[in-house]
Design a protein around this ligand. Structure first.
Ligand code: C2E
Ligand code: MG
Ligand code: MG
Ligand code: MG
Length: 292
């Protein structure tokens, strides 16, 4: 009887679902080799000061160039790496590569930027996390103020007491901390009372409906008020239109990121943008033309 049940249950899986499951299993084993095989690259997305359009920061975003399957998005492989226990080593690689890039830009005489790096709870929660960060920065002679770590609300929730110590230690070191995807984490806001959060990144799902969606407008305005009152600097994510930019600027958002200004790009493009901005004295809103 068990056998028939099994066979019946299997009928619910479409060929498409089977192909997806096969891909996941294959990717999981290939992900273990990706670091050693040098298949990861970082791209960088500018963050601009909304009032002036000046680039003030870049966010390092990970890309996996698979030799056979081509480009695989972090949305697919990061959750996988977390489940497989690979995320810590990947995050360490990313932070090191981002610091090396910052050092290279410094050596090339480019204006100093803030570098934003995404870190998962897995590494952030380790006891020696802050020491590792300090050593990485020292090795490249980078001021801690140049680095910003992005963590999600979900990650903060999972860390518990450990988190409080880590946040304070980072704050004391001078590294800034941003809450990524703010408003999507189903978490309490009590961590904001620690006064150890420097930036809130307003999730793109709230920016998408601006300026017409009244709910998104109300939520974003409330988030910006919260930031002002707590002396936290707001960064809006996923800005794609001039209307969204105008709404956010008028509502008091300080920094912005999105395809309107630039997609994530190769390091050489960032260098070009910074050089161009310097020559002209100021930069324009649209830094990189949209992809055709
Ligand atoms: P995130 O940190 O919230 O990054 C923002 C994501 O939104 C990026 O996707 C970016 O390309 C995309 N984006 C930026 N501007 C726009 C826009 O105007 N419109 C739209 N529709 N999207 C925009 P990406 O690069 O695919 O990264 C997805 C997520 O993967 C990131 O979300 C982050 O949570 C995670 N991730 C990426 N790199 C790393 C990493 O090095 N380590 C860890 N732990 N996670 C990473
Ligand atoms: Mg991020
Ligand atoms: Mg985000
Ligand atoms: Mg996100």
């Amino acid at each position: 009887a068990a056998k028939t049940e099994e066979r019946n249950a299997f009928r619910f899986y479409s060929p498409r679902m089977q192909a997806d499951a096969r891909r996941r299993i294959a990717l999981a084993s290939e992900l273990r080799k990706a670091l050693a095989e040098n298949e990861f690259r970082l791209v960088y997305q500018p963050t601009i000061e909304m009032r002036t359009g000046r680039i003030v920061a870049v966010e390092a975003l990970l890309r996996w160039f698979h030799p056979q399957r081509g480009l695989i998005s972090p949305g697919e492989f990061i959750p996988m790496a977390e489940k497989l226990g690979l995320i810590r080593r990947i995050d360490q690689w990313v932070l090191q590569a981002a610091c090396e890039q910052m050092y290279a830009w410094d050596q090339a005489g480019l204006p100093p930027l803030r570098m934003a790096v995404n870190v998962s709870a897995n590494w952030f929660g380790q006891a020696n996390f802050v020491d590792e960060i300090r050593m990485l920065l020292q090795a490249r002679r980078l001021a801690p103020e140049r680095l910003m770590l992005e963590i999600t609300e979900g990650a903060i929730l999972r860390l518990g007491e450990e988190m409080e110590r880590t946040l304070h230690a980072l704050h004391a070191l001078g590294v800034s901390v941003a809450i990524d995807d703010f408003g999507t984490g189903y978490s309490s806001m009590s961590y904001l009372k620690l006064r150890a959060i420097d930036y809130l990144k307003i999730d793109q799902s709230f920016v998408a409906g601006l300026p017409d969606d009244g709910s998104d407008g109300a939520i974003v305005e409330a988030m910006l008020t919260l930031c002002r009152r707590l002396d936290i600097s707001p960064i809006a994510e996923g800005i794609e239109t001039e209307d969204q930019h105008r709404f956010l600027l008028r509502a008091g958002c300080v920094e912005g990121q999105g395809f309107l200004y630039s997609r994530p790009v190769e390091p050489a493009v960032i260098a070009q943008l910074l050089n161009a901005g310097r020559r002209q004295g100021s930069s324009h809103l649209r830094l990189v033309p949209p992809e055709a």
